[in-house]
Write a protein that binds this ligand. Structure first.
Ligand code: IMP
Length: 217
C-alpha cells in the first residue's frame, strides 16, 4: 500500500529511474567553474540528473561575457559550451540592480570598479555612489539559460531588498555585506548560508530550471 502511494507521487521518469538507474541518468553540463554553485545545484536535483562542471571537462577557458544583459551573457556561455561539447547544458549570470543608479551595476556587477573583479573595491564604489541617497531599493537578479535538444530556455529568479549604508557581516561573497533582503534585518553576509541559499535569486532561478527538467518527457 505504502509503495503504491509512493509510486503515485513520483513522476514517470523517476519510476523508470528506480527500475533501471543507469539507463535514465541525464547528464547536464553546468557552464561554470564555481565548485560551490555546482554542489548547490546538484543538491536541488533528483538523482536522475547528473551535473558535469567545466572543470570535469578540463575546459578552463574564460568564456567572454560581452552581452549587455544578464540574459545575453547566460546565453553566450550556454551556447559556447553546447557548441563545444554537444550536450545539454545551462549557464547562469547574476547582477545587482540598484534603482537609484538606473539598475547599475547590473550586468557589470563583477567589474564595477575595474577589470580585476575586486569585490572589496566594488562594494566601496557602490557605497560611495549611494552616499546621501534615501531611496535604496535594489534587487539581485539571476538568469539561467538552458540549451536542450537545440532549444533555448530562460529562467529568472530575483530577490528584492535595500543597500545598507555600511558593510556588515563576514559570510557570503560579492555584494552580500551591503544587501538586506526584504523582510530581513541582517545582511546576506550576516545570515546563515542555508537561509541565504533558500531565498536567494540563484535558488529561485535554479528551482524554476529544476521544475522544468522534472516535467520533461
Ligand atoms: P556571477 O554571474 O554569478 O559571476 O555574478 C556576477 C557578480 O555578481 C559577482 O562577481 C558578484 O559580485 C555578484 N554576485 C552574484 N551572486 C551574488 C550573491 O549571491 N551575493 C552577492 N553578490 C553576488
Amino acid at each position: 500500500m505504502d509503495l503504491i502511494f509512493r509510486l503515485n507521487i513520483l513522476s514517470l521518469k523517476q519510476i523508470r529511474y528506480l527500475f533501471n538507474p543507469l539507463l535514465y541518468i541525464m547528464e547536464l553540463i553546468f557552464a561554470t567553474n564555481n565548485k560551490h554553485k555546482v554542489e548547490e545545484v546538484q543538491a536541488l536535483l533528483v538523482p536522475e540528473y547528473k551535473i558535469i562542471s567545466l572543470q570535469q571537462l578540463h575546459c578552463t577557458e574564460d568564456i567572454p561575457e560581452t552581452a549587455e544583459t544578464l540574459e545575453g551573457n547566460a546565453l553566450i556561455k550556454a551556447r559556447y559550451v553546447y557548441q563545444r561539447f554537444g550536450k545539454s547544458c545551462f549557464a547562469d549570470d547574476t547582477g545587482l540592480e540598484v534603482e537609484a543608479l538606473n539598475n547599475a551595476p547590473g550586468v557589470y556587477s563583477a567589474r564595477y570598479a575595474g577589470d580585476d573583479k575586486d569585490m572589496q573595491a566594488n562594494r566601496t564604489k557602490l557605497l560611495r555612489e549611494m552616499e546621501g541617497v534615501i531611496h535604496r531599493n535594489a534587487r539581485f537578479r539571476t538568469v539561467v539559460a538552458l540549451i536542450h535538444k537545440n532549444s533555448e530556455y530562460l529562467f529568472e529568479g530575483q530577490v528584492n531588498g535595500v543597500i545598507t549604508t555600511i558593510a556588515r557581516g563576514e559570510g557570503g561573497f560579492g555584494y552580500d555585506p551591503i544587501f538586506i533582503a526584504d523582510g530581513m534585518e541582517m545582511t546576506f553576509a550576516e545570515l546563515d548560508l542555508s537561509i541565504k541559499n533558500s531565498i536567494s535569486h540563484r535558488a529561485r532561478a535554479i528551482n524554476k530550471l529544476v521544475s522544468f527538467l522534472h516535467q520533461l518527457p
